[in-house]
Design a protein around this ligand. Structure first.
Ligand SMILES: [Mg+2]
Length: 252
């Protein structure tokens, strides 16, 4: 066993028998949901002001109308709560179109603007684990369904840490089915030159955990950012942690 492997056995013993670690992005490496919330808020504040809509957008609107809903359904629900009706439009509507779909599409541009303006800080425990793995010579990658993965990684200042990134753009180009299908993780493992059975998947969503389990990955770690430990285990997680720092020994 190499010295670096010994170092990993001391610092993160549960990972020491594996050859690579594949990380989901949103909710695992970065608290992206907060940026999405702020993007919705910014977009609706601008819209409400332009259209003189009252009462003003509040945080509660996010939970009542947007959280967990499909993007367009959320837009329609929120506008309806203010007695505003616009045509539904189609998903290909330009972001400037005053339709439900156009307003929904506008949100992604606002997300990128908010991201560029305020940046995003990676979870400290996640960043510490990535750096530990790198120092021990364990290959790492990012596997995300998001088409915004690269801008998020860049805003977090961690894009250069990951030689392999399989994101929503790659998945669309290669016609890969999304999580919970295992394809995106299997493609990343192949690009890294590692065996799934000898590799670790880290996910915060039940669909992502199920994707890692379906791919036959040797260790699937659920990070419980709200999905719940039992739901993550039911989806196929072998191990659930609250924070990735929990995988590291304190006396690093
Ligand atoms: Mg996630």
């Amino acid at each position: 066993m190499t010295d670096t492997r010994n170092a990993l056995r001391r610092s993160a013993p549960q990972l020491a028998d594996y050859d690579a670690v594949l990380f989901d992005l949103d909710g695992v490496l970065t608290p992206t949901a907060e940026t999405h919330m702020l993007a919705w808020q910014t977009m609706f504040e601008e819209l409400f002001e332009a259209w003189s809509i009252a009462p003003a957008y509040t945080q509660q609107d996010y939970f009542d109308h947007l959280d967990g809903k499909k993007r367009y359904d959320g837009v329609a629900s929120l506008l309806r709560s203010r007695d505003v009706e616009v045509p539904w439009g189609t998903p290909s509507d330009d972001p400037s179109a005053d339709t439900v779909c156009g307003i929904g599409n506008r949100k992604n541009g606002v997300f990128l603007r908010v991201l560029g303006g305020q940046g995003i800080a990676p979870y400290p425990g996640s960043l510490a684990l990535v750096r530990l793995l790198m120092s021990c010579g364990v290959p790492v990658s990012v596997v995300s369904s998001s088409k915004n993965a690269r801008p998020v990684l860049a805003a977090a200042g961690i894009e250069d840490l990951f030689p392999v990134i399989v994101d929503g753009v790659v998945a669309e180009e290669r016609h890969l089915p999304s999580k919970p299908a295992p394809d995106v993780f299997l493609v990343a493992a192949k690009e890294m030159g590692v065996e799934p059975a000898r590799s670790v998947v880290v996910e915060d969503a039940t669909s992502g955990v199920a994707s890692g389990a379906a791919g036959g990955f040797g260790l699937v770690i659920g990070v419980d950012r709200g999905a719940g430990s039992s739901a993550l285990r039911d989806a196929g997680a072998h191990l659930v942690v609250k924070d990735l720092a929990d995988l590291m020994e304190d006396d690093r």
